[in-house]
Write a protein that binds this ligand. Sequence first.
Ligand SMILES: [Ca+2]
Ligand SMILES: [Ca+2]
Length: 128
Amino acid sequence: MQNSISLIITTVLLSWLPIAVKAQQPLFELLPPKTTNIRFSNDINETEHLNVLAYEYFYNGGGIAVGDINNDGLDDLFFTANMGPNKLYLNQGNLKFKDITRDAAKELEGRSGAWKTGVTMSDVNGDG
Ligand SMILES: [Ca+2]
Ligand SMILES: [Ca+2]
């Protein structure tokens, strides 16, 4: 009788194994800048006068917007940095991107010294 119960428990556990193994597989893979050409980092430099006590949103981060700015069917990326320059990346396909910030408009980097947060992207005139 005990052997039968052990066999049933082992069978049930083995039947769950494929589900457990599948659940452990990652959904995303981290790609290095060498592969994507995306070299953006939202670096925060905390000082005595600029910190979370002086500004409660200090660690809320910047933002990223995704949109097809050249209407080629590939999603392009715009990153905002709290303290550094923003970056606009053109998607060249196969997860390769090109920094076109200065070519598009130097103003996209944002004002020097300004605190930049989230970003949204929309085709406001609906022309694609
Ligand atoms: Ca595009
Ligand atoms: Ca438009």
